[in-house]
Design a protein around this ligand. Sequence first.
Ligand code: NAD
Ligand code: ZN
Ligand code: ZN
Length: 391
Amino acid sequence: MKALLWQGVNELSVDEVPDPTMRNEQDAIIRVRKTATCGSDLHLLGGYIPFMERGDVLGHEFLGEVVEVGPQVREHKVGDRVVVCSFVSCGRCWYCRQQQYSLCDNGNTNPAITENVWGFAPGGCYGYSHALGGFAGSHAEYIRVPYADQGAFTVPDGVSDERALFASDAAPTGWMGADLGGVKAGDVVAVWGAGGVGQMAARAAVLLDAERVIIIDRFANRLQMAEKYLGVETLNYQTQDVGGELLERSGGRGPDVCIEAVGMESHSTGPQYLYDQVKQQLRLESDRPIAAREAVYHCRKGGSVFLLGVYAGLVDKFPLGALMNKGLTLRGAQQHGHRYIPMLLERMERGELVTEHLATHTMPLDEAPHGYNMFKNKLDGYVRAVFEPSR
Ligand SMILES: NC(=O)c1ccc[n+]([C@@H]2O[C@H](COP(=O)([O-])OP(=O)(O)OC[C@H]3O[C@@H](n4cnc5c(N)ncnc54)[C@H](O)[C@@H]3O)[C@@H](O)[C@H]2O)c1
Ligand SMILES: [Zn+2]
Ligand SMILES: [Zn+2]
């Protein structure tokens, strides 16, 4: 089959690789109909996440059709249209029973790597390096889905492929940020980053009855999209004063919940951007936490900060004093999609959650290297490229 392969830092190719085969009785094989790019893939492309190997298949946001099921698969049959959670979880371990699916003890088949770096291993993720299990990704004609009864969700007839695709990764990630960030009715919520993840977090805050939701970015097309499709306010950090505006729009108190959906390759107009870039290039810090610092700084006293953006290791100049003295709650997580996907598909069917506008560019898999280059550089209005790999 054809697949998009990581060939080194900023190097991608579309090549023939062997078709996936069943390895476990709980596996299913899915023929991929649609698979999207995610900001997380950019961190792999840029070489910021270690333990990628040449020839690894990228991609973790996908929807397709079941073509084979193992004898232990009960919930799915050949021909089902399914969307698959980007994280691999067994559904039975202690963490899965607490609904903390991305922390699954069985989803990551290479736990030793992250145990050494982080103390304990999180679960696995498709196409996300050998540190997260080394699973082949979804930018391919076919993909093996372990624990298929847990990870694959049948898409209701009333939800299109274009909408349901984002129930795999962007929508549950955003929902988790608002939910575990503690958004309540009447809150003022600020979201850093208007990519697919930030947009979905902002929409989740609206649906959880936040009074004002403000999304922050510098790309006009993304901010316009957020106004049009999500019904939220916007803030352009390149032309407006983020701190001043957030104070003004929260009655002088600061936002109750700050959701960071930018991650380790954060950008800034200030001098710290150069500082962080130099330190990151010299490997003196692994991540540029500019938006995370801002979220901690601008959050109201006693408020909550949730990190959805991906971080790999160590950061510099993190405002621990502000965190402690302002009594903030700081959390972060890889997405616990299994907890939210059925509810999100229902909301998609009712029209409360619209996602298809995120797919700004749709193309065959052969054009994926070009799609990634445009997405990486945010050219031509790219938000998410969607590849259609089917033969
Ligand atoms: N926690 C999870 O499970 C999970 C799942 C998916 C993605 N992610 C992570 O979420 C992050 C966002 O993903 P995405 O797909 O939306 O990416 P994206 O690259 O499409 O969007 C990131 C946005 O952040 C903006 N940005 C950069 N610096 C900023 C700053 N200082 N202030 C405000 N905005 C800034 C960029 O302009 C861009 O629009 C990434 O780090 C990704 O790895 C996490
Ligand atoms: Zn992702
Ligand atoms: Zn588990």
